[in-house]
Design a protein around this ligand. Structure first.
Ligand code: DGP
Length: 114
């Protein structure tokens, strides 16, 4: 989508610190890190929110989670643990309307989240 920040990042129109890329997925450092490691993993295809997923997105979202696990391992987060967050709509904290998973690690996290 032409006015989507993450679509522009995927296309390279907005610079980002890339940590992983394949045909369908793109991962990069969050601009406002909330933990020593804070990455965003997005499908390259524009999907606005988790509400918009359909059954045919299952394999894509599965690959996204597997990529998150692999990236966490590569970032040295597997042993101590990490958190994956996906916000859906404003009241959950979604500010960019292109589906993304936050991968956070390098510190302890509280539960329940704020
Ligand atoms: P959310 O609030 O869950 O929709 O997360 C959106 C995240 O995207 C937020 O943590 C900040 C990050 N972000 C927003 N704009 C940019 C940008 O231009 N570059 C990068 N790297 N991250 C961005």
């Amino acid at each position: 989508m032409s006015d989507c920040i993450f679509c522009k990042i995927v296309k390279g129109d907005i610079p980002s610190a890339r940590v992983y890329e394949d045909e369908e997925l793109y991962a990069f450092k969050d601009i406002g890190p909330q933990a020593p490691t804070h990455l965003l993993i997005v499908p390259k295809r524009h999907i606005p929110t988790l509400n918009d997923l359909t059954g045919s997105d299952g394999p894509l979202m599965g690959r996204l989670l597997v990529a998150a696990s692999r990236i966490a391992r590569e970032q040295g987060l597997s042993e101590k643990g990490f958190r994956i967050v996906a916000n859906c709509l404003e009241s959950a904290g979604q500010s960019v309307f292109h589906v993304h998973f936050h991968l956070l690690g390098g510190r302890a996290f509280r539960w329940p989240p704020g």
